[in-house]
Design a protein around this ligand. Structure first.
Ligand code: ADP
Ligand code: MG
Length: 610
């Protein structure tokens, strides 16, 4: 990486912030953070240009948190974001960085949320407000948001706000805040209109631009896989299983915590894996590298810093489990393979919202990165069966089987069984520890969920595609669905759209696999595939809708009965708190499940059980 600043401690941040960062597992500041934090700490205005995913939130949140006066209960920092989702995300980031700062409050405000609730929350005295321009304007006009004590204002994703037509609102807000405030503007690109706003409202801003550097990468086979966070682990293990020419791999993640977690998970799945991070002693790190070189370890999960300069010729694969901050880090990472004239493969996991970063990397490395088709369940099974056959063949060849032949003959005669059936039973026993087939009860195959849209449209194998679609419909219409309870309901202003959106985007479950949703006062129930994989459930538990963690769990039989029988909360009454055009029915879900792949249509507003 480029940054000469190697640790957050060098940045003179308050102790509680450093403590929080170390708990979260950030090891080193990203380039934009290293460049911006000192300026913002010094109270200067700032114009920051860097791609999505480079860590801009912490670049402004950390120094501004450092300057907050916790004894005051009034808004001191205002962050404007183009969308509701971003407002929530940024607010959550502030909350996590400030977790060791008692008395700190941050409030996201955005359209579509109840005014009454927002007014109540505003009266509690949050020091940081994160909001969309329209709603912030509303509150300024109603005088429910008093910005007299505002010391800093951030325009996050300014180019996006421009694109969405918010720039006049943004200027209006700038004019209604104290001129003494510190202002920071962040943007992935700097169109003229944004530059004009910057010139007009920023005072002698420091300019920080994290340039996508251009480098040519040696002959390393590069691929990417678009995948939701919840499916990364499953995708990784499939890839590890079927990749050709696999010798050893280094897997890059963003945090120290993630290195340990992923190493544990891979070990539990039978891989010889270990973490490599900056928390480990030099001695321990050296041992891991030696073991990787010597073949006692096949997989090392590392952060950028810990893996810097690592030179292990047998590394055949670099897997970017978390996308890097910048192209330079990417180039450093993939340079860990293809060493000493050998061939190397680099695989990049890209979450849907990071697709722009992928383009930047392609441009900078001047090489197209091909889409990787995840191996299907069947492909993994084929691979395992082939290995099993090979083992059997070797035993037939090399071992003296006289004793075992007698045992089998005994089984054959005493059970009057066909010798093929006996062999099948033995094969069954032999594979128990390591099944030849992947379980099929775990909902849709991620190989299909993960397939990029453009790919699935390809007509290479039209017959097979049709088959797959039909199979998917069967899976769905045969009702391998179950009702789950989630801890957010009408009182939290949750709408089915929010719920479907969160489940689809964050857990990577396509909306067509999301069945009916029943909203109650303080919780809801939703139909989802009955056997969700563990890590998907884990993700679903942690996801938030309207800032409430879903804590999802399956309904037991009694609850399910009650759910089917209870009248819906507020059924039949129009919902006044919702914006026009979003008058939500009380019971939702498409009746013709799976008939239109990828689309979710709310059902008719007709309560059941009347
Ligand atoms: P941007 O605003 O530039 O798109 P974000 O601020 O959303 O980027 O950060 C992207 C991701 O990187 C987040 O998941 C965040 O937690 C993580 N991240 C940010 N800074 C660091 C860091 N210094 N070390 C590890 N992870 C980080
Ligand atoms: Mg951002």
């Amino acid at each position: 990486m480029t940054s000469p600043i190697e640790s957050f401690a060098e940045l003179d941040l308050r102790a509680p912030l450093l403590a929080a960062l170390s708990e979260i597992g950030y090891e080193t500041p990203s380039p934009i953070q290293a460049a911006c934090i000192p300026h913002l700490l010094a109270g200067q205005d700032l114009l920051g240009e860097a791609q999505t995913g480079t860590g801009k939130t912490a670049a402004f949140a950390l120094p501004l948190l450092d300057r907050i006066d916790l004894s005051l209960k009034n808004p001191q920092v205002l962050v404007l974001t183009p969308t509701r989702e971003l407002a929530i995300q940024v607010a959550e980031a502030f909350q996590s960085y400030a977790k060791k700062m008692p008395g700190f409050h941050v409030l996201p405000i955005y359209g579509g949320q109840s005014m009454v609730v927002q007014l109540r929350q505003l009266s509690r005295g949050p020091q940081v407000i994160v909001g969309t321009p329209g709603r912030v304007m509303d509150h300024i006009e109603r005088k429910s948001l008093n910005l007299d004590g505002l010391t800093a204002l951030v325009l996050d994703e300014a180019d996006e706000m421009l694109r969405m037509g918010f720039i006049d609102d943004v200027e209006w807000i700038l004019e209604h805040t104290p001129p003494t405030r510190q202002t920071a503007l962040f943007s992935a690109t700097m169109p003229d209109a944004i530059r004009r706003v910057a010139h007009r409202y920023l005072r002698e801003p420091r300019e920080v631009k994290i340039k996508a550097s251009t480098t040519t990468v040696a002959a390393i086979r590069q691929k990417f896989c678009q995948i939701a966070v919840a499916h990364k682990l499953d995708a990784l293990t499939r890839i590890l299983e079927v990749e050709e020419d696999f010798d050893a791999a280094i897997i890059f993640v963003r945090t120290k915590t993630a290195t340990v977690e992923l190493a544990d998970k891979l070990e539990a799945r039978g891989y010889s894996a270990a973490a490599l991070n900056g928390d480990m002693t030099q001695q321990l790190r050296e041992r891991v590298v030696e073991q990787l070189k010597g073949g006692q370890l096949d997989i090392v999960i590392a952060t950028d810093v810990a893996a810097r300069g690592l030179d292990v010729p047998r590394i055949s694969h670099v897997i970017n489990y978390d996308i890097p901050y910048d192209t330079e880090a990417y180039v450093h990472r993939i340079g860990r393979t293809g060493r000493a004239g050998r061939a190397g493969s680099a695989i990049l996991f890209v979450a849907p919202r990071e697709m722009r970063m992928l383009k930047v990397i392609e441009r900078a490395t001047r090489q197209p990165i091909e889409a990787l088709q995840l191996p299907s369940r069947e492909a993994v099974a084929d691979k395992r069966v082939a290995a099993f056959r090979q083992q059997v063949a070797e035993v037939l060849e090399a071992e003296d089987l006289t004793f075992f032949t007698d045992v089998v003959a005994g089984i054959e005669s005493s059970h009057k069984a066909d010798i093929h059936d006996v062999a099948a039973a033995l094969a069954f026993l032999a594979q128990r520890e390591r099944p030849l087939q992947l379980p099929t009860s775990t909902g849709p195959d991620i190989a299909r969920l993960a397939a990029p849209r453009a790919e699935s449209r390809s007509d290479r194998e039209p017959r097979e595609n049709r088959e797959k679609i039909l199979e998917r419909r069967r899976e769905f219409s045969e009702g391998h669905l179950q009702r789950y309870r989630i801890e957010v309901g009408r009182n939290q202003q949750a709408t089915p759209k929010d719920i479907v959106g969160a489940i689809a985007n964050e857990a990577g479950i396509e909306s067509r696999y999301i069945g009916q949703i029943n909203l109650y006062e303080d919780y809801s129930t939703v139909e989802l595939p009955s056997a969700l994989p563990h890590d998907v459930l884990d993700t679903l538990r942690r996801i938030r809708v309207k800032q409430h963690q879903l804590n999802i769990r399956p309904l037991d039989a009694d609850e399910a009965k009650r759910d089917a029988a209870r009248p819906r909360f507020g059924a039949g009454r129009p919902d006044k708190t919702k914006p026009a055009g979003n008058a939500a029915p009380k019971r939702y879900g498409s009746d013709k499940r799976g008939s239109t792949p990828g689309s979710f249509k709310p059902g008719k507003a007709k309560p059941r059980n009347r």
